[in-house]
Design a protein around this ligand. Structure first.
Ligand SMILES: [Zn+2]
Length: 309
């Protein structure tokens, strides 16, 4: 019979054998849950990953917690959306982390926007009067699945650089994600096809890449300018335009006040839709593909209803 010490030791080794790949691989911190979800797809159990922002939070304005600094302090890799999405909260945290590995420009800092399709890059001079305009283009680019694939490629390459021994593993995980994403895209494209050119209004400019991908026509925004709360005059103009163009759908991100969208809906007969811009916005949208499943299902059901198709 084995002694209690042997039994305990065996149990500890068994636990270590299970836990070791998590502890040994690169420790990745991402700014958003979308990026964390893609790291998980590619990194599998050879990395650990945590997101700073939650999927139901406005990624432009995330309240910095002391725990974020601790997470960043020990990270091997920080993955950010970039294009100034996190400019209001991330730079100070990176400095305070005192972690030289993850400073912008260091090997442990990955701006996920390097190789993606970016829309709305403003021409000419940016002025304050334009509101909270992103001079390097719209940062909500992850809402096009083709960009999700490009983000996954950048993550695959970066993880391979940090953990060269696992390069083949990351490459195989990427291939698998790519295949599942391509299958899902066929499904989403087919579901959205009858609604090509459908006119919608969105609260914030979160959806240009999504609209571009699925052929939706965004005719206006509840915000008069990005980051500027609704004003009476803008709302009156928007209502008139929605009536003129017979627009029946308003997409609202979960972190915005619904008062104005609901008032617009009452006046125009439109439907207010809680579309999720990020993984984790609700429990069901638990990974990158499930996020699009959720949004496409919701949007298609609503467009069917309002168009009678
Ligand atoms: Zn934005």
């Amino acid at each position: 019979m084995r002694s209690i010490v042997q039994v305990l030791a065996a149990a500890v080794f068994a636990a270590t054998a299970v836990a070791r790949p998590f502890a040994a691989g690169p420790k990745v911190v991402t700014t958003t849950e979308d990026l964390a979800a893609i790291v998980r797809e590619v990194g599998g159990d050879r990395v650990s990953v945590e997101s700073l922002a939650r999927g139901y939070q406005d990624p432009h304005w995330v309240e910095a917690k002391p725990s974020f600094i601790l997470k960043l302090n020990t990270a091997n890799l920080l993955v950010a959306v970039g294009r100034e999405l996190e400019i209001g909260w991330l730079p100070a945290l990176i400095t305070q982390s005192r972690n030289t590995r993850i400073q912008p420009g260091a090997p442990g800092y990955l701006d996920a926007s390097g190789n993606v399709k970016i829309l709305e890059i403003p021409p000419g001079q940016i002025t304050r009067a334009m509101g909270d305009v992103h001079p390097s283009g719209n940062p909500h680019y992850w809402l096009d699945p083709d960009n999700g694939r490009r983000i996954a490629q950048a993550i695959r390459d970066k993880l391979g650089e940090l953990a060269p021994g696992d390069r083949a593993y990351f490459a195989q995980r990427y291939e698998d994600f790519d295949r599942r994403l391509a299958e899902a895209q066929k499904r989403w494209d087919a579901a959205m096809a009858p609604f090509k050119g459908a006119k919608i209004v969105t609260y914030h400019r979160s959806w240009p890449n999504f609209a571009d991908r699925f052929g939706l026509n965004i005719i206006g925004y509840v915000e008069p300018k990005p980051g500027i709360p609704p004003s009476t005059q803008h709302t009156v103009d928007l209502i008139a335009e929605m009536k003129r163009q017979n627009v029946k759908v308003i997409l609202v991100e979960p972190y915005f006040d619904k008062k104005t969208p609901n008032a617009i809906a009452r006046d125009t007969g439109a439907v207010v839709l809680d579309m999720l811009p990020s993984v984790g916005g609700v429990a069901q949208a638990s990974d990158y593909i499930k996020l699009f499943d959720y949004d496409v299902d919701l949007l298609v059901a609503t467009l069917k209803k309002v168009s009678g198709k």
